[in-house]
Design a protein around this ligand. Structure first.
Ligand code: FAD
Length: 59
């Protein structure tokens, strides 16, 4: 549950990237790197869809 919550929270970086406009999409800038690093949190160590399946089994 913690992994699902914490990785979903990183979705906020998408809005943050929007603030930076085009710079957010240029690899030279830290915001682009932060976005790239944050995105796989919802994929690795079990995707969030699978996290929900596991959590649902315990309800
Ligand atoms: C950078 C990185 C490092 C990793 N390191 C490791 C590691 O060290 N050790 C390790 O064991 N694994 C590792 N993985 C694998 C990771 O933990 C995930 O298990 C794996 O990426 C998910 O499988 P897949 O990519 O084949 O996606 P798929 O299983 O093909 O899934 C594709 C999409 O379909 C969805 N989906 C699949 N099945 C269902 C379902 N039943 N219901 C709803 N939605 C579903 C998924 O949520 C996903 O969005 C790593 C992955 C990445 C990206």
């Amino acid at each position: 549950m913690a992994k699902l919550w914490a990785s979903d929270a990183t979705k906020a970086i998408d809005d943050l990237l929007q603030v930076f406009g085009g710079y957010g999409y240029i690899r030279d800038y830290p915001i682009a790197r932060a976005y790239a690093d944050a995105r796989p949190n919802r994929i690795y160590a079990g995707t969030n869809e699978i996290m929900k399946e596991i959590i649902a089994r315990s309800l």
